[in-house]
Design a protein around this ligand. Structure first.
Ligand code: ATP
Ligand code: MG
Length: 435
């Protein structure tokens, strides 16, 4: 193939401009000759006509060669999301990710290439990702480290309201960490975890992170669904590794989201493999094989009723804490917190908090976002940035519906009709159905 080939192909295309395979050949040839601008033009041309995957991959290769790695990765991500299973694609993606310093994702991509052909290996990738032995699983520990271990920079002072939850965490998690000798003196076992439940966006994840910040502990946040999906067929090992990661980095808050993924009522959990995973989880929680000292486990779920009751035994998630939407005073303090570093006039926090009944912390974030966007738009028009005012926020409240209501319509039924020894009384109290 040479530059003459290009000329002949171009000539042929003049006569049949709609000949897609021919144009693709031209584009590929240009790419192989490193005539990148022309190749890009031809691939783009092809993509205007159809969503052809080969053209997409070609375009990604052009971007890679041009050093535009983020554009390359975006395309490949989409191609992979759409089901492409191709060693070349995964390898290129891994290389693109490495250029962007996303080692964890690069490992994942390279692993997918290896999964397609265990004998395949790419020297550059092997070297950079330090994969010894081609069929071996890449260094799981390192991957987990970079992916999950955090040092949070938020603490309880960043959390508005949630006084009851803070108190529970204080008693059950923080105090035992600070005064283990007192607990031992009374023969009280340290350990077990707290399970937070409630509607979305009301601060479960946020307060878990803040707890870690509060005691200057490391923070690991995983979702059980991630663990289940991470590497097919090795969920138990993954679960163990995550707990080990926490044990090796104490003090550590291990936050496990979507605990309900282990729910006894999920059909895939009824099969024996699901049972295994539940048992593995309980063993890790109990710290049978290795001590959980210094590991503070906080679980979260939106659907506690799906949870296997075995999780609630003493020493496990023996505190189940309802995280309700913030009340008026909490909404006010959340709004104050969120607006501290923003340009504002005098804001009537009280009135806004009143109007934002049923709004979650995340909803309040959204409202501020909306208000700011409107302000920006205004500023683009007249070029004068103006501070946020009460009315801007009140208008934003009107534009954003609270997101907590749907959860309550389900929760209410469980609380009314499946309220196992008063487990969900807090929901009824919140709904003013019960005192
Ligand atoms: N009490 C609060 N104080 C300050 N910010 C809050 C509070 N509650 C929620 N937020 C804000 O809302 C965002 C969403 O909260 P978070 O992710 O903790 O909700 P969640 O209860 O974990 O929701 P989900 O059930 O969907 O996982 C947080 O990142 C935070 O910015
Ligand atoms: Mg969450």
């Amino acid at each position: 193939m040479n530059d003459n080939t290009v000329d002949s192909l171009r000539e042929a295309l003049k006569h049949s401009p709609e000949n897609t395979p021919l144009r693709l050949l031209l584009a590929d040839t240009l790419l192989s000759l490193n005539r990148l601008e022309e190749a890009e033009e031809e691939y783009s041309n092809l993509l205007k006509r159809s969503n052809d995957i080969k053209s997409k991959i070609g375009l990604a290769k052009v971007f890679f060669k041009k050093g535009n790695y983020s554009a390359c990765n975006v395309i490949l991500e989409e191609v992979i999301d759409n089901g492409a299973r191709d060693i070349d694609v995964f390898t290129l993606y891994a290389k693109g990710l490495l250029q962007e310093n996303d080692t964890a994702k690069a490992i994942e991509a390279y692993k997918k290439a290896l999964a397609l052909d265990p004998n395949y290996f790419d020297e550059a990738l092997d070297k950079q990702l330090r994969l010894r032995g081609r069929e071996e699983v890449p260094d799981l520990e390192e991957e987990l480290d970079s992916r999950f271990l955090e040092k949070p920079n938020v603490n309880f002072s960043d959390v508005g309201g949630m006084d009851l939850v803070k108190k529970e965490i204080e008693l059950k998690i923080i105090k035992p960490l600070q005064h283990p000798e007192l607990y031992k003196a009374y023969g009280k076992k340290i350990g077990g975890g707290i399970l937070l439940y409630g509607p979305p966006g009301c601060g479960k994840t946020f307060i878990a992170k803040a707890t870690a910040g509060e005691v200057k502990a490391r923070f690991i946040s995983v979702s059980l669904n991630d663990i289940l999906d991470m590497w097919v067929g090795s969920s138990e090992k993954n679960l163990h590794e995550i707990f080990e990661l926490a044990r090796n980095n104490t003090p550590c808050v291990l936050f496990i989201d979507e605990i309900d993924a282990l729910g006894a009522s999920r059909s895939d959990m009824k099969q024996s493999s699901g049972r295994h995973l539940i048992n593995q989880f309980l063993q890790e929680l109990d710290g049978i094989d290795s001590s959980n000292e210094g590991v503070l486990v906080i679980g979260a779920t939106n659907t506690p009723w799906n949870l296997d009751p075995a999780f609630r035994r003493p020493g496990r998630f023996d505190r189940i804490v309802f995280v309700p939407p913030p009340d008026e005073a909490s909404r006010e303090s959340i709004l104050r917190l969120k607006l501290t570093n923003k340009p504002t006039g005098t804001i009537d926090f009280r009135t806004i908090a009143k109007k934002a009944e049923h709004y979650s912390g995340a909803d309040l974030d959204a409202i501020i976002d909306i208000a700011i966007e409107e302000k920006l738009e205004r500023a683009f028009e007249d070029g004068i940035p103006k501070p946020l005012e009460t009315n801007d926020l009140l208008n934003a409240v009107k534009k954003h519906k609270p997101s907590t209501q749907e959860w309550f319509s389900t929760a209410k039924n469980f609380a009314l009709f499946a309220n196992d020894s008063g487990l969900y009384d807090d929901i009824l109290t919140y709904l003013k159905i019960k005192k």
